[in-house]
Design a protein around this ligand. Sequence first.
Ligand SMILES: [Zn+2]
Length: 96
Amino acid sequence: MTTRIAPQAPVWVSDRAEPCRSCGTPIVWCRTEKGALMPVDAVPSKAGNVAVSRAGSELHAGVVQPRQADGMRAAGRPVFLAHFASCPHADQWRTK
Ligand SMILES: [Zn+2]
């Protein structure tokens, strides 16, 4: 495995990307620890705090602490941003 300076989304994330129904940004749906589905930006973010992992046919999302997120990026692992945080139409998500 090669280490990249700017981690990119692994294929198993980018392959599942679909446009957000509100703003068209590519997102992937991940299962949280609580079992809920959460939209996550398909492109890793410098401000990201969500670690995405593969779990069978699903993706799992886990929120990490800022220091942990920095460590992951330093190790070449992508960190993602919850789409709730970046969607310009987040109001629509929250009131749903
Ligand atoms: Zn959106």
